[in-house]
Every structure is written in structure tokens, then in C-alpha cells.
Design a protein around this ligand. Structure first.
Ligand SMILES: NC(=O)c1ccc[n+]([C@@H]2O[C@H](COP(=O)([O-])OP(=O)(O)OC[C@H]3O[C@@H](n4cnc5c(N)ncnc54)[C@H](OP(=O)(O)O)[C@@H]3O)[C@@H](O)[C@H]2O)c1
Length: 314
């Protein structure tokens, strides 16, 4: 039987619960492929699931394989996966029923797109969950259009650094809040106005916007109503915005969960190929160092994405 290594948790807790287990390689169903994973990336959802903070975390789901992002090459095609062949490079955001911190994973057609040319697997693996979150927040939920104004909180993080670039590529005007160390980084991504969230009050400095992208929640979300135009939309990845405050402001609020979307991933890949978007990698760790990778994202100041090198590129 062919085996592989994958990162699993058998209990919720600190980094010590991360276990690198030898397990059988999965088999793709007819319309799926088996991917040889070259790189994966770490997202806040990974340490939230690990520590049991994530809404859907249940003892009965254990053991859980972590990791939503993968980039790699097709190893084996299901009998109906006709458009792909062994060796094709793809990247994907996996649904919650599987994990990408593994040497091999089964990927569905609805989750994957061709890896952007001239982008290595480390860069490609940094994109799917964070990129799709930024995309769906701005365009599906925020309805952001060319010429509109958007305020992005947390613009230097995984989601935020893609959101700034997507909004600029769309032709929107972008303000963002970041730490002092990231002011220049956010400007380099194209942000028109950059505020230091620890030392400035954004509501005193940013003129009204059409869309707020809230990647922080709490008082940052509460204070954001003050900068929203009537008719504007507050989109949060973390908590349901107050209906009362939305009414007072004649605006609306939405909380959403990011979904895999092959067509949107392909659109994002196109922007990367065109040079309009570039993923920023903060640090790279080996699969065996996944605990350090999660600790870096959770406890330290990260710019862009933390990535896992799972295997050597073919
Ligand atoms: N609903 C969903 O489906 C979904 C999908 C993706 C992400 N999320 C959630 O969205 C959040 C952001 O994700 P991410 O991947 O971008 O996380 P991340 O990479 O950890 O980035 C978070 C960023 O926020 C900054 N920050 C912290 N406090 C801030 C504040 N008060 N004002 C402005 N910026 C602040 C941090 O900067 P410093 O390090 O300088 O403090 C960091 O750059 C996470 O909580 C994640 O779980 C939800």
C-alpha cells in the first residue's frame, strides 16, 4: 500500500497536538485528481481549528487534517477528469473535508485552477484561501465597482494584501489600516491612503467610503460605520455586523464564509500572470516545522503569507 505523510490533530490544543502521521494515499473519485503537493500555506483558520476556537470544531470530527491551500502537480486522474493529465501544475482551495498539509491530497474540479505561469508553487500556494476571501468580500458581497472607494482593515496580512491589489486592479480608490512597520509595504501594493492603526484614528482621517472590508472585528468594526457612505456596505470575515448600526447609517452589513471557486481562482491567476497582483511571502517552513509556521502567523508580526514547502518541485 502506498503511504504518505500528513499533518493531523487528534485533540484540540497548542502546537504540541500537531502530529505528522503516515497514512494511506487517498484515491481520487471519477471527477477528481490526486495532487502531489509541492507547497501549502498557513491561514488563521488552521490555528483556530487546532486550538478548538473554530465554530465547526467538534471532537467527533477528530482526527482533522489541517491546511486549505495547495499547489502541486497532478499525480493521478479520475476516469472522468479528462481535461488534466499527470504532471499538470494546479493550485486549489480545499473544502473543509480534507487538508492540504499533506504530501498528497484529492482535489475536486470545482476547487482548482491552472497554476499561474511563471509563478512558483510557494507563491501559488499562498493565494487560494486568502485570495478568494479578498475577492468574494470585495466583489460578491461588497459589490465594489471601478471608481468607488474602499477601506481595508488589516491591509498587510494574508487577505488584506490581496484585497488592496484586487481593488486597485478593479479601478477603485483604496484606504487601508496597518501597523507602522507596514506603511511602506501597503503603499507599495498600491494603497492610496495608509493609516497606522495603533497611532491614528482612521475615522478622523478617511473620507466616506462605499465599502469597508473588516478583517479585524470588535471595536474596529464598530468604529467603521462612521466612515461608510449612506448605501455603503460593511463586509466582515469575522462577525455579523450590527443590524441596528447599519439601519442608523442607512447602510448594510454582511458576514460571510469563503467558498472554493475554480472560476474566481482562475481570474486571480490571470491577474498574477498579467503582473497586476503579486503574492507576498513572509516566511517559508518545511512541512515538519508546521508548528513554527502556525506560531509565526499567530504570535508574530507577519507581512503577507506564511508558506509550507511540502516536497521538492518536480
Ligand atoms: N470568514 C472566512 O471565511 C474567513 C476567510 C479568511 C480569513 N478569515 C479571517 O479574517 C482574518 C484575517 O485573515 P488573514 O489571513 O488576513 O490574517 P493575518 O494574515 O493574520 O492578517 C491580519 C492582519 O491584521 C492586522 N491587524 C491586527 N489588528 C489590527 C487592527 N486593529 N487594525 C488593522 N489591522 C490590524 C495584523 O497586523 P499586525 O501584525 O501588524 O498587527 C495583520 O497584518 C482572520 O481572523 C481570519 O480568521 C475569515
Amino acid at each position: 500500500m502506498l503511504t504518505m505523510k500528513e499533518v493531523r490533530i487528534h485533540a484540540f490544543g497548542g502546537p504540541e497536538v500537531l502530529s505528522i502521521d503516515d497514512v494511506p494515499r487517498p484515491q481520487p473519485r471519477d471527477d477528481e485528481v490526486l495532487l502531489r503537493v509541492v507547497a501549502s500555506s498557513v491561514n488563521p483558520v488552521d490555528y483556530k481549528i487546532r486550538s478548538g476556537q473554530y465554530g465547526g470544531s467538534r471532537q467527533s470530527n477528530l482526527p482533522i487534517v489541517l491546511g486549505r491551500d495547495v499547489s502541486g502537480v497532478v499525480e493521478l486522474c479520475g476516469t472522468r477528469a479528462h481535461t488534466l493529465k499527470k504532471g499538470d501544475p494546479i493550485f486549489a482551495m480545499l473544502d473543509h473535508d480534507r487538508g492540504g498539509h499533506a504530501e498528497f491530497v484529492v482535489v475536486k474540479a470545482t476547487e482548482m485552477a491552472a497554476k499561474p505561469d511563471d509563478t512558483d508553487h510557494l507563491q501559488a500556494a499562498s493565494v487560494p484561501l486568502a485570495g478568494l476571501t479578498a475577492w468574494q468580500a470585495l466583489f460578491d458581497h461588497g459589490k465594489l465597482k471601478a471608481g468607488q472607494r474602499v477601506l481595508i482593515h488589516g491591509g498587510a496580512g494574508g487577505v488584506g494584501h490581496f484585497a488592496i491589489q484586487f481593488a486597485k486592479a478593479k479601478g477603485a480608490w483604496v484606504a487601508t489600516t496597518v501597523s507602522k512597520d507596514d506603511l511602506e509595504f501597503a503603499r507599495s501594493l498600491g494603497a492610496d491612503q495608509v493609516e497606522d492603526y495603533k497611532n491614528e484614528l482612521f475615522e478622523d482621517l478617511v473620507e466616506p467610503v462605499d465599502v469597508v472590508l473588516d478583517l479585524i472585528s470588535g471595536e474596529t468594526q464598530d468604529r467603521s460605520w462612521a466612515v461608510l457612505k449612506p448605501g455603503g456596505i460593511l463586509v466582515s470575515t469575522l462577525s455579523e455586523p450590527s443590524k441596528e448600526k447599519a439601519r442608523e447609517r442607512q447602510a448594510s452589513g454582511v458576514h460571510f464564509m469563503t467558498q472554493s471557486n475554480a472560476a474566481q481562482l482562475a481570474e486571480i491567476g490571470k491577474l498574477i500572470v498579467e503582473g497586476k497582483v503579486r503574492p507576498h511571502i513572509d516566511a517559508v517552513f518545511d512541512l515538519a516545522e508546521v508548528g513554527n509556521a502556525e506560531a509565526r502567523l499567530e504570535k508574530e508580526h507577519v507581512r503577507g503569507k506564511v508558506v509550507l514547502q511540502v516536497s521538492s518541485p518536480p
